[in-house]
Design a protein around this ligand. Sequence first.
Ligand code: SAH
Length: 215
Amino acid sequence: MPINFAELRARMVSRQLRARGIHDERLLAAMAAIPRELFVPACDRPEAYQDMPLPIGAGQTISQPYMTALMLQLLELEGNERALEIGAGSGYAAAVMGALTRVVIAIELVPELAVQARLNLLAAHAGANVHIIQGDGSLGYPDEAPYDAIAVSAGAPSVPVELEEQLADGGRMVIPVGDRSEQTLEILTRSGKAIVRRLAGGCRFVPLRGGAGWH
Ligand code: SAH
């Protein structure tokens, strides 16, 4: 029997997201609609809705669904934002972010992953407003700044000052900060010149590389 992905998706939304405190209805609707199975390697499709990260090649992973949801919920997206994602990977989080904002610039360091992310978005008919750019995003992407929302999808040794500078007034950033294997999710909100920082618990992301990342 073919796998009923729509059913797996609905179950993921209720058991992994709603049950754990994800309550942003636009976010839940986007994750109930976007075919996550098209963002993982074909052999891993049956596992696409499991409660864990999965390999996507080049030693990288697509984040656990709950972690993608938590990061995007913390950004409190309303629909009109210019958004930046650092670490596009498979393009899945960028696709969900695209459904919740006006435009998304998503940077991916590994060239073959950037190409695959674009193909995944096309195959999924998602992310028409998502621009995948290949390069080092650890210093942000000043050409399109400022951003109302920034999601860093890889673990940073510290918050790059360049990213703070690219945050619009009232804008928010979520970023995992810590060592190479374990981090704390930080939320930074800009209000004029001031940046307010709060912590949102432990997490595990692959390391952020590049200029402001791990070497
Ligand atoms: N958001 C992704 C998961 C990303 S995993 C998804 O939904 O699939 C983290 C990604 O960050 C990896 O693909 C890795 O190659 C990328 N990365 C690491 N350092 C980076 C940097 N400096 N700039 C851009 N991407 C980076």
